[in-house]
Design a protein around this ligand. Structure first.
Ligand code: GLY
Length: 373
């Protein structure tokens, strides 16, 4: 396993490892067996993976003599609901999954969030393993223990912090993803450079095209660097009482565009974060917090990565400033009625801003192409 990368999320007795590399899924049992209390587990998989990755996982578990049963969840965000959660919990209990057993989540962010939340509440907390199959899940949502389902009032509003016991990120599974999904995941990689590591951002400017082209070594390095960045932040601020909020760089702006485009395929979450980062840096430059040259580098790299770097590239390009402002004040990062933005002093140097002036924000959005309505 010499080609593998290992990152540890240092959380004391809840510490866990992330293994990153090619062929990790086919060898999953080698990593999973040492984590198990008894040779039995339950797999929760994206139904779209039933014929592709699931048999690979089942084969390695069979080879190691580990008993398993699988539950398939329909692909898509709509599965993060109470009904699916109840079905899953009932199935896990019917399988006699005990607190010390492991539940494996095989899929993207939807499967990880739903399974993680089921694990958090099943028998008041059951162990679980993340095998993320999307780039976004590998570099972000599978690490750090945020689990949730959606409600009528919004996304991810019902959930729990519940850390996994192991994360396995196989570079090979990325090869079958549509390029647009790779791009959306790549935006989250850029985020780690932009928010806290200017040297990594510079590396991405040089090597981003290779990462996007799925060059195995470049991708493994980018994923590993991202996991290291996230692991370090989570270890210092597991419950988001401070620094972890920096991971929301680009999110307040991005969520507004997601909300106004209806959370559909017009704008993937990672694409919204990409454009949100452009706006966060440009707005920081307008406030005098950040050199314009750094904002220009962020915008240039997002554009070079074929991600949206201007408003006219999103949907029909027409957004009313008032509707964007309204969506931002509805964001779940609003605290005491104050909008919360992650802004920048420069590349790799971000901070939490609770002092954003609404008139200045409106003027900024108009300057970026929003309509005066
Ligand atoms: N995706 C942001 C976080 O895990 O805190």
């Amino acid at each position: 396993m010499s080609d593998q990368h290992k990152v540890t999320v240092e959380l004391g007795e809840r510490a866990y490892e992330i293994h990153i590399g090619s062929g990790v899924l086919a060898r999953a049992a080698d990593y999973i067996a040492p984590v198990l209390a008894r040779p039995k587990l339950a797999i929760v998989a994206d139904a779209n993976l039933a014929e592709t990755h699931l048999p690979v996982l089942q084969a390695t578990l069979d080879g190691a003599g580990l008993a398993h049963d699988s539950f398939l969840v329909p692909a898509g965000e709509a599965s993060k609901n109470f009904h699916q959660l109840a079905e899953l919990c009932d199935w896990l209990l019917a399988q006699k999954i005990e607190r010390n057993d492991c539940i494996v989540a095989l899929g993207g962010g939807v499967i990880g969030d739903l399974t993680g939340f089921a694990a958090a509440i099943l028998r008041r907390g059951t162990r679980f393993i993340q095998i993320p199959t999307s780039l976004l899940a590998q570099v972000d949502s599978s690490i750090g223990g945020k689990t949730a389902i959606n409600s009528k009032s919004g996304k991810n509003l019902i959930g729990a912090f519940h850390q996994p016991n192991l994360v396995l990120a196989d570079m090979d599974v990325l090869k079958t993803l549509p390029p647009r999904e790779i791009g959306a995941g790549y935006a989250e990689i850029v985020k780690y450079g932009a928010l806290g590591d200017a040297a990594f951002f510079g590396w991405l400017e040089e090597n981003g095209a290779d990462v996007l082209a799925l060059d195995a070594a470049a991708m493994a390095q980018a994923v590993t660097k991202s996991c290291q960045a996230k692991a370090a932040i989570v270890a210092r601020d597991e419950r988001e009482t401070g620094e972890r909020a920096l991971l929301n760089l680009g999110h307040t702006f991005g969520h507004a565009f997601e909300a106004l485009t209806g959370y559909d395929n017009t704008l993937l979450h990672g694409e919204a974060v990409a454009y949100g980062m452009v706006l966060a840096f440009e707005f920081s430059a307008m406030r005098g917090d950040c050199p314009s040259a750094d904002a220009a580098r962020v915008k240039a790299h997002i554009a070079a990565s074929h991600l949206p770097a201007s408003m006219r590239e999103i949907g029909n390009g027409k957004f009313a400033a008032s509707a964007l402002l309204e969506a931002m004040t509805q964001d779940k990062k609003v605290q005491n009625g104050t909008m919360r933005f992650i802004l920048a002093h420069g590349l790799g140097d971000t901070f939490i801003a609770d002092d954003v002036d609404e008139d200045m924000l409106r003027a900024f959005l108009l300057a970026q192409g929003a309509q005066d309505a």
